[in-house]
Structure formats: C-alpha cells, structure tokens
Design a protein around this ligand. Structure first.
Ligand code: SF4
Length: 712
C-alpha cells in the first residue's frame, strides 16, 4: 500500500452477548442484524428482536449476507486491462495510480468536466456518496450523479415544489393506506409490519397497480390501472373529492394557493372519463376517493412506478395535492415531514464555480436545483454525440448501468467508447466487463455507516451500522480518499480515516460515533417528533403555503397545475406505433430476492427466483398463441430479448410485465431513453410499447437470439 493510503482497521465494539450487532445496508429497510462469527467466518445471521424499528425482521437478502460476503465470485484483486484488452491483476496502489494518471490526462486534454462520476443504488444514503461528490468538486467536474436520476427524486421534487419537502407515510397509525405504484412487500418488506399493524386495528387498504400483487389480493380495493395513466386517476379522484365536498375546507382556505384553478382543471376529469383512460371502472374510482377521504388520517405511498412515466412528476404532484387538500399533512397516520439530521456539510466553494454546467442541468433545471447533480440519463448522449459536450471518462461506484439504465444498447455502446472507464464493485457485472479498471471494494459489513430513519419511517433518529468484519479490501470511502491523495487533492480530504470523517459529520449534533455505538437498538433521537409544524412556520415554499398552482413551475415553462398527458408511447398517443407494437410493456418492478441487478449470483436467492419470466394474461396468451413456459422473442422499438412466458391472471390483458436486472434477459434493452419526463428527466420504464415476435411459419418457433439489434 502506498504512503498516505489508509486502511481502517479494528472492529466494532458493539458486542451483545455472543453476537455482533449491525444493520443491513442492502435496501432502505436498515434491518438490525445479530451476526455470529467464528474466526473471520459468519456462521449465523438473524434479525435483531431488540431493535426498536425492525424488531427482528429480516428478509432473504439480509439472511444471505454470509453468502454475499463469502461468495466465491467476489472480485478480490483490482483488475486493469492491458494494451491487448486482457485483464491483468494489479495491486490496489497500482490501480489507483493508473486511475489517477488517466483522470489527470483526461482533464489536461479535454477539461475536468469530461469526467463523470456516478454512484448507483448501492451508494444511495451511504456516506461515500457525499465524499465522491466532494472528489468531483476538488477535481473540477460538475458531472456527479446518482441513482436519483431514475429513482425517488421526481416525487421528492413534487413534494418540495408543492409543500417544501417530501413527507413520509406513517403507515402504523393510519386509518387508510394507499399503496400507489408501491409494493413494499417486495421493495422494503420491513415496512409491511407497520401496514399489518394498522390493518389489525381496522385500517383500510387500497392498492393501485396494473398487477394483482400479493398485497392487492389482501386489500379492500384494488385499482388495476393501465400503466402510465396514474395522473388521470389522481385527477378523477380529486374530481370526486371536490364534487362531493370530501376535502378539508378549512385547511384548503388557510393553507393552499391555486385551489380555484385546481377545481377548473379536474372539472372535466369525471370518473367516467378517467375509466376510458385508465381502464379502472368509474365506480371503483369513486369508492377509492371516498375511502381515502372518509378514513382520516390516511396516507399514500407514492411508488417509483409513478416516477418512471413520461408524466411521472405531474402525477406525483397531483397525489401530493390530494394528500394536502384532505388535511393529511404532517399528522400521525398521515404523512410526516421529518427533517434529516443536520450533519457537517462536505460542500466546497468550488461546487459553485465550474466552468461548464453539469450534463442535463440546462435541460432539467429543476432536477438540478433540487439535487444539485447531473442527470445521468443524458450521459450516453454526451458520450456518443458530444451533447452538450463530450464525456470521455467515467467512474461508476456500485452501479450497473448496462442492466439498470434505459436503452441498454445505447448505454453499452457509450461506455464501450469512453476513453477510460473505472468501476468499483463487489462482483464482475455486465458494466464492469466494459471497464478499463475494476476496483473491488469491501461490503457494508466492513465499514461504519449511518442509518437515518427519517426518510423511511419518519422517525428523527440516527443510528449506526457498525463495521463488524475486516475484509482485505478498501471500503468505497477509502478508495475515494486514496484516489484524491494520489491525485494531489489531499487538502480537500483532511480526515485520516473513515471514523474521523464520520465524527466530523456528527459535529453539529454534538455527538460522535461512540454515542451511536451505545444506542444501536434505539438510535440517537436528534429531534422530538412534532406534528403540524406548518402552524408555527408555514410550509417551506415561496408563498409559505401548499402551492397547488406553482409559480416556480410556471417560471420554468412547465404547467403550473398537475396536468395529465398520455404516455409518450401508448395506444392513444401513438396509434400507428401501437398497430406495430400492440402490447403495453411495464418493466422494473422489484422482487424480494434481488436488489435490481444485484445478487442473482447468490444461490439461496437464486433458488427463490431462478429465472426471469414474462407475466402474460391468459387472454393475451391465447390471442398470441403462446403457452406457459414458452420462450418468446419480446421486441420494442429499441431492441429485443428472449424470455420465458408465465401465464397469470394477475396482470391486465394487453399488458406485459417484464422483470429487470437480469443479464440473461435485459429488460432495459427494450426501454426508452428519449421520451423522458420533461421536468425530472426520468425514463418511462413502466409504460412503453412492444410485441411478441410471431412464430416462424415454417418451423413454428419464435425467432432465436438474445439482445439482438433493434428491429426498426
Ligand atoms: S428488508 Fe432485507 S435487504 Fe432490506 S434492510 Fe431489511 S434485511 Fe436488508
């Protein structure tokens, strides 16, 4: 290891009886784990009963951490491609030297902004994300981005613009829960305990989803909606609430602006009109509105499925407004505004002084305003077409864009044509295969990490997921700092190790890591829970009120009201394309065993879901003459994949659901990266058009081939 390259050693002192306590960092659930070690080997993992939030819950991914950490296919040595394009093992110091030299070369030749750094889902809510952003500022590039380019940020923007923040549903105390394009049983199962608790006390449950997911089967009302039309449904529900005077009149009068304009907007969105758009029977729309308004406090969970539509941002706005006019803001059982803990800023003055705007900043100014990052969905074009200027090098941390970004063929082509690509990872992914350097990093068990419960449960508590094993690998943070040191940027990274850096972040709270180590089961309560904070300080918007009519949107040339537009590809908006591609495709829904593209290589998880399967309704299958278990060729205007059919009544006729994250059948070969949401730049992964290729008239088989070029 080179001089100055620090490796944090030492274990957590958080030993309870015979187990080590930490928290799972795989998804947002942050479930507490009791882990027993023998020597360096994990011999037992279980959910920690004593933990105040997760209370013993653990999902199959958490149970599999021993397999993940000890997987035989973990990358354990950095790899660099030699001149012949072959992998060569190098030491960590050599790898960092190569990366530093190449990044500096790119900067000298093309300018600092030619480098982009992207942190994937594995780094969301993780400390190293903030340090990598700081690295970008120190290097001089504005092109830092995260998985928030296609997850979470769209609804966050809707919340910020409408009422100054994104509130969190308080499921446990609710009398009516709406899961709208949200499936916590698959995406964050820890939350199902709160939902079951509320149901046990009589709470009503409404599920809005094109698929009859397991939670829908147990709900009071399931609205099986045509993908991409949720905005029309929201406006029709608002129509009913207003027509039947089911809204909170006092709140609306005192705390909103633009209600009159809303009344005019929704006037024509009758449930009958919405039925023709959404395929949801009008009486169910009326019932949903009455259930929601009649069982206060009520909460709505806005899922990522709503964000991944061409009208996703305005849909999230319409639902945000519904929560407001029914008086469900910042109350127990409604949705809560819980501030995140105030930690030391890692921002530098340089953040404001880049010579060029970030990629996507000019096209999506509000996206940039509300997260300060580049829009990663624009990177492939910047690389291939030089728009708005060329990107020549990238660092991807915990991200696998070839499987997770829209239009995978373009993404692959773009990354293959970069001058230099670095990937930090645990495993050799489809994207890492394209890299010039693959740098292996430790798992979350080998580093201290904060657990912030404000964004998930609305609890103002900060806890710690302590390091419990020592892996002979750098953590992501160590990689970042060591690279900065090698590049002569040490002055911007004065912390000697990760513990010092985390302690620096905790300074404004007046605590340190030891405080958190001593409250692993309850976390540190940095604020008292308080409802209806707006009564004291108003809403954090320009007007101090809920902005149903948004002047900010108007100034940026967007519709100030939550209008509905058809999906960019649909039977209505593109009838000619629909004649060619007569199926509505929806892709990207999470499943319990996997985290997007991660962990398909873990045997116990693979056993739960061995292969990708297309969900097809029996009527659709019969119309197309396809059978259960058949391998078909699925095409969209972007590309085609081979995938096995599973016939199920759980999906709407005419709609096909495709799992994502599989390299064997990459759904993102089919998805679109051109018709993005005009405000957020999010891709429409949940609603686009496709077809199943006809069988060959001679042999009766579908055409063969995987990830073939575009049929158009
Ligand atoms: S739900 Fe599963 S993956 Fe998510 S934090 Fe809990 S154990 Fe980990």
């Amino acid at each position: 290891m080179r001089k100055g390259m620090k490796k944090n050693s030492g274990y957590s002192k958080a030993v309870f009886a015979d187990s080590l306590v930490t928290s799972c960092e795989i998804c947002n659930g942050l479930c507490a784990l009791d882990i027993r070690l023998r020597g360096k080997k994990i011999i037992k993992v279980k959910g920690r009963e004593e933990h105040a939030v997760s209370r013993g819950y653990i999902c199959p991914k958490g149970l599999a951490v021993d397999e993940i950490v000890g997987a035989p296919d973990r990358i354990r040595t950095p790899l660099a491609k030699n001149r012949g394009g072959r992998w060569q093992e190098v030491t960590p110091a050599e790898a960092i030297k190569i990366i530093a030299e190449r990044f500096n070369f790119i900067k000298a030749k093309y300018g600092a902004e030619a480098l982009a750094v992207h942190v994937g889902r594995a780094g969301i809510n993780k400390e190293f994300k903030y340090y990598l952003k700081r690295f970008c500022a120190a290097f001089g590039t504005p092109n830092f981005s995260t998985a928030e380019s296609h997850c979470h940020l769209s609804k966050k923007m809707a919340g910020e613009i409408t009422y100054g923040g994104l509130p969190v549903p308080d499921f446990a105390h609710s009398r009516c829960i709406v899961l709208w394009g949200s499936n916590p049983a698959a995406s964050c199962p820890q939350l199902m305990r709160d939902i079951k608790q509320a149901r046990g006390k009589g709470a009503r449950l409404i599920v809005i989803d094109p698929r009859e997911i397991s939670t829908a089967k147990k709900s009071d009302l399931h609205l099986q909606i045509r993908p991409g039309t949720d905005g029309a449904l929201a406006l029709a529900m608002l129509h009913v609430l207003i027509k039947e005077k089911l809204f909170d009149k006092e709140f609306v009068e005192k705390w909103t602006i633009g209600f009159t304009e809303l009344v005019a907007l929704v006037d024509k969105f009758t449930p009958e009109k919405a039925e023709s758009i959404t395929w949801v029977p009008s009486e169910k729309i009326v019932e949903a509105a009455r259930l929601y308004a009649g069982n206060s406090p009520a909460c709505i969970s806005i899922g990522i499925a709503l964000e991944l539509q061409t009208n996703g941002f305005q849909t999230a706005r319409a639902i945000s407004i519904m929560q407001a006019v029914c008086g469900n803001l910042d109350i127990s059982g409604g949705v809560l505004f819980t501030p995140a803990p105030k930690l030391s800023s890692l921002k530098m003055e340089k953040d404001e002084a880049f010579s060029k705007p970030a990629v996507g900043q000019e096209k999506y100014p509000l996206f940039f305003k509300y997260n300060g990052n580049a829009q990663a969905n624009m990177f492939a074009r910047a690389i291939l077409e030089g728009k708005p200027y060329p990107l020549k090098a990238m660092l991807l941390a915990g991200s696998n864009p070839v499987l997770t970004w829209p239009n995978a063929e373009r993404v692959k082509k773009a990354f293959s044509s970069l001058d230099f690509l670095v990937v930090t990872e645990n495993f050799m992914t489809e994207t890492a295969k394209l890299a010039d350097v693959v740098f292996p990093v430790g798992t979350f068990l080998s580093r201290d990490e904060f657990c912030d419960f404000s964004g998930l449960n609305g609890l103002p508590r900060l806890s710690l997921s302590p390091k419990i094993i020592d892996e002979p690998l750098m953590t992501d943070w160590e990689f970042c700092r060591n690279l900065a040191v090698e590049m002569g940027l040490e002055q911007f990274f004065p912390w000697r190790d990760e513990v010092e850096a985390l302690n620096y972040r905790l300074e404004p709270l007046g605590i340190n890591l030891d405080t958190l180590r001593h409250s692993l089961d309850h976390g540190y309560e940095y604020k008292k829970t308080e409802e209806k904070k707006y009564l004291k300080s108003g809403f954090q918007t320009e007007s101090g009120k809920v902005e149903i009519y948004s002047k900010e949107l108007e100034r940026h040339g967007y519709d100030p009201l939550p209008v509905y537009h058809e999906p960019a590809e649909s039977p209505v908006s593109t009838p000619e394309l629909f004649r060619e591609y007569p199926l509505i495709l929806t892709s990207g829904a999470r499943t319990l065993p996997y985290m997007h593209s991660r962990f398909h290589n873990i045997p116990s998880l693979r056993k739960l879901e061995p292969e990708p399967e297309l969900e097809v309704h029996p009527h659709t299958a019969s119309n197309l003459g396809i059978e259960d278990g058949e391998l078909v060729l699925l095409e969209s205007p972007r590309g085609r994949i081979n995938i096995k059919v599973r016939i199920t009544e759980d999906i709407l006729p005419g709609v096909i659901a495709i799992p994502h994250g599989w390299d064997e059948a990459n759904a993102n070969v089919l998805t679109d990266d051109e018709a993005l949401d005009p405000v957020s730049g999010f891709p429409p992964d949940r609603s686009y058009l496709g077809r199943i290729a006809p069988r060959c008239k001679f042999c009766g088989e579908s055409e063969a081939g995987n990830n073939l070029p575009s049929p158009r």
